[in-house]
Design a protein around this ligand. Structure first.
Ligand code: PLP
Length: 480
């Protein structure tokens, strides 16, 4: 065992050295050819190697090629740095290696606390058993929508687990135009089909438009199609917008529809005073998805789905074979609430992250990052060469680079090219998207160590990268 002891100490050292070095290195750079070859093309080894030797490879070939999300100037997509507490418990968690399908052991029991804490942080009601950790929001959404489908088909006097959707009346789903793609994936996977999926237009702040939702629902009712589920976003990827949750809840209630909220990225925004009013109505959802591996910084993977009523998911998924029967706990096993059987010990990472920060620390993180987003929005608004495209409600800022000298076509081409050019320069990492069909830039702030100075670097990097990508300069720079 002493081999393992030594190697584990060394593993802890290289992990800590890596974390300390991250802010000083480039945010990201392309993987050079020899390491790319090593990472993708290694032959299957015929014989093994000592543990300690493996760590040399990890140090020299793996850790030098990060995605970038550990760095305070990573503003791409929605990817946070790992919480220190989450890193700390990775090895002990693997050492215990439980299956959190259920049973009487620390892994399954601690998940009860982790899920309850998440619900409490965002102010969602939590009857015991009404939620579970998942691989991410995509899987959490499948579980939520499957549960909603089960209820809707049951109301038609059928059991979807027996009949599938055969024989049931069409069920219309309403997804906001700015909703995440995982909603549509879940709808397709569950056999609900695009034919009865309505895209609800958004207003000028990119929030679901309740008037449009009402209009779509009455058109479906007139056509004899049953409105079944409405999804809203509490923090979209593109702009961080929060849909008018309370109004959507009223509409869902009036029509007996399932109300689902995708708070994967943004639900924690409710902790910041400036954002809180936007979240009114969050507590009224039938199902709420939160991704602890986003804003909270729990190391990947970790999503969570919460329900108002634990009977829903259990009735949808519970299928207990004889060799797993266990009546020692009324709540049953987690594996009865979703499709996964053997389940990893995600709860230890959630528990450690929240226990380390406390509610106060999580609130400070959310307040600081939303505050920085507001600052960045102000900087952009007051700069002559940038356009702010949406209010910064949570911690995402959507904007466009628009130097006075360029026409619309050139601005479009430039904004499409800027993210990759900024990324290649290595001083900041930015990704793009499209709003109303046009290319835009977006910065998502999730890192506890990001500063106002980093925001200035980001804007300067965009200007410099734009200079490199302008058509006249491109060939010259590449050749040089
Ligand atoms: C990340 C994200 C998702 C998808 O979650 P995964 O954890 O990647 O499966 C869904 N919705 C929003 C708003 C997200 O940010």
């Amino acid at each position: 065992m002493s081999d393992l002891n030594d190697a584990l100490r060394f593993a802890a050292d290289i992990a800590a050295d890596h974390l300390n070095a991250v802010p000083r290195g480039p945010v990201w750079q392309p993987v050079p050819e020899p390491d790319r070859e090593w990472l993708t093309g290694q032959p299957l080894p015929l014989t093994g190697r000592p543990l300690r030797e493996l760590l040399d490879d990890v140090r020299e070939r793996v850790l030098p090629h990060p995605m970038g999300n550990g760095h305070p100037r990573f503003f791409g997509w929605v990817n946070s740095p790992p919480s220190p507490a989450g890193v700390l418990v990775a090895a002990p968690s693997a050492a215990l290696n439980p299956s959190c399908a259920g049973g009487d052991h620390a892994g399954a029991l601690l998940e009860r606390t982790a899920v309850r804490w998440l619900a409490e942080l965002v102010g969602f009601p939590h009857p015991p058993g009404a939620g579970l950790l998942t691989s991410g929001a995509s899987m959490a959404t499948v579980i939520a929508l499957a549960t909603a489908r089960q209820r809707a088909v049951h109301r038609q006097g059928l059991n979807v687990r027996a009949t599938g959707l055969y024989g049931s009346a069409p069920l219309a789903v309403y997804l906001p135009a700015e909703g995440h793609s995982c909603l549509r994936k879940a709808v397709e996977l569950l056999g609900l089909g695009g034919q009865y999926t309505r895209t609800v237009p958004v207003d000028r702040a990119f929030r679901l438009d309740p008037g449009e939702l009402r209009r779509l629902i009455s058109a479906d009712l007139d056509a004899g199609v049953r409105p079944f589920l409405i999804a809203a976003s509490a923090g979209t990827v593109n702009t961080g917008a929060v849909d008018p949750l309370n109004e959507v809840a009223d509409i869902a209630e009036a029509h007996g529809m399932w109300f689902h909220i995708d708070g994967a990225y943004g639900a924690l925004g409710v902790l910041a005073e400036r954002a809180r009013p936007a979240f009114t109505g969050l507590e009224r959802a039938d199902s709420l998805v939160i991704d602890p591996h986003k804003w909270l910084g729990v190391p990947v993977d970790c999503g969570c789905v919460l329900f108002r009523d634990p009977a829903g998911p259990r009735g949808t998924f519970s299928l207990v074979p004889a060799y797993l029967e266990d009546d020692s706990d009324d709540l049953g096993w987690f594996s009865e609430y979703g499709p996964e059987q053997t389940r990893p010990f995600r709860a230890l990472r959630v528990w450690a992250t929240i226990a380390h920060l406390g509610r106060d620390g999580v609130t400070r993180l959310v307040r600081a990052t939303t505050g920085l987003a507001a600052t960045l929005a102000d900087m952009i608004d007051s700069a002559a060469d940038f356009d702010l495209l949406a209010p910064a409600v949570t911690s995402v800022v959507a904007f466009r680079y628009r130097p006075a000298s360029l026409d619309d076509g050139a601005v479009e081409a430039l904004n499409r090219a800027i993210p990759a050019a900024v990324q290649r320069r290595g001083r900041a990492f930015l990704t793009g998207t499209r709003l109303s069909g046009s290319a835009v830039l977006r910065a998502c702030i999730l890192h506890p160590d990001t500063t106002e100075g980093d925001l200035q670097v980001l804007l300067d990097e965009i200007r410099d990268a734009a200079g490199e990508t302008e058509p006249g300069n491109r060939c010259g720079r590449r050749a040089g």
